[in-house]
Design a protein. Structure first.
Length: 319
């Protein structure tokens, strides 16, 4: 008579859960590796923002590889003060158009001009003038860019009145509190989650475009003139940068703003007639190639066109 072999018991629950978690983690890790390999390890968002001395700035001494709207890649690098390009003499201030979102460091027009690139995504005209004021004693002159795409909607509101910085990213101030905590967590660094959200979440339209009012136009122009009066010894060149949709009918069909605009703004007088700024870039940006595919930001061709238009103004100085 042979003794019965003991019945083999299944692994404890904790072991089974551990094996399952390990398998899932391994699967996510492999998928994340594949995604990063295909993207060239580029990240989808600028994530080097900080608040310094009350101003929204880019973190110093950073280099970030980023994804572009058309699937391309670009590099964003900063110097030891958080400027994108370390020029001499002149400082160019403005928002993401000035910074050169979507183009390489040496392709942005401030770099082409040999100037300091003080562009920061999210800036209003107030922020740009605040930065110019902070560096007024250290520069030979300042270029102030008024951007039609954003500045009329941001009149009188600093970036920190509209945004908060969460884990180096810029988030709307009125977002739910959990959103900032979530974006500051390590999980949001998974590119797999970014691409999954693009596939699963519906695109939200930002609504109809609010036509620039004459009151806001006058306010923007006046802000630049007040700055010039407060800094009489500082050469200043003020620039009007039109939104891509308003530059030509051909470009209007490709603009991300196509669902927001009404009418035919490219047939209307330039907004610079009300602003009375020194340089109107509308005449030099009528070629659709001046803007990126799927994005309203300037392309390398557009940055080159802007740089050429500004060289004469910089050589002659201004008010």
């Amino acid at each position: 008579m042979t003794p019965e072999e003991p019945e083999e018991l299944p692994p404890p629950l904790v072991v089974r859960v551990g094996i399952l978690a390990l398998t899932l983690a391994l699967g996510v890790g492999i998928c994340e590796g594949v995604v990063r390999f295909k993207s060239g390890n580029a990240v989808p968002h600028v994530e080097i923002f900080e608040v310094r001395e009350g101003l929204l700035r880019l973190q110093p001494n950073e280099s970030l590889r980023l994804m572009r709207a058309d699937g391309g890649r670009w590099t964003l690098s900063t110097d030891d003060e958080g400027f994108r390009s370390s020029g001499q003499g002149w400082l160019v201030v403005g928002d993401s158009q000035v910074m050169g979102l979507g183009v390489e460091d040496d392709e942005a027009f401030p770099a082409l001009l040999g100037a300091l690139n003080g562009g920061v995504p999210g800036y209003s005209l107030d922020d740009a003038l605040d930065m110019a004021d902070a560096y007024a004693d250290r520069i030979e002159g300042v270029v102030v860019v008024v951007n039609q795409a954003n500045d009329w909607e941001e009149v009188g509101r600093d970036a920190m009145d509209r945004y908060q910085v969460c884990g180096g990213r810029l988030v709307m101030l009125d977002s739910a509190p959990w959103r900032c905590s979530w974006l500051g967590s390590p999980a949001t660094r998974l590119q797999l989650l970014h691409f999954a959200s693009l596939a699963l979440l519906p695109k939200v339209s930002s609504g109809a475009w609010t036509a620039p009012s004459a009151e806001h136009t006058a306010e923007l122009g006046a802000a630049v003139r007040v700055f010039a009066e407060e800094h009489p010894g500082l050469p200043l060149v003020s620039v009007f940068l039109p939104v891509d949709y308003a530059t030509s009918e051909e470009r209007s069909g490709d603009s991300p703003f196509a669902d927001r605009f009404e009418g035919r703004p490219w047939e209307e007088p330039s907004l610079n007639e009300g602003l009375q700024l020194d340089v109107d870039l509308l005449p030099v940006l009528t070629d659709p190639a001046n803007f990126q595919t799927g994005d309203y930001h300037l392309s390398p061709v557009g940055h080159q066109a802007v740089a050429e238009a500004l060289r004469a103004a910089l050589a002659g100085g201004s008010r």
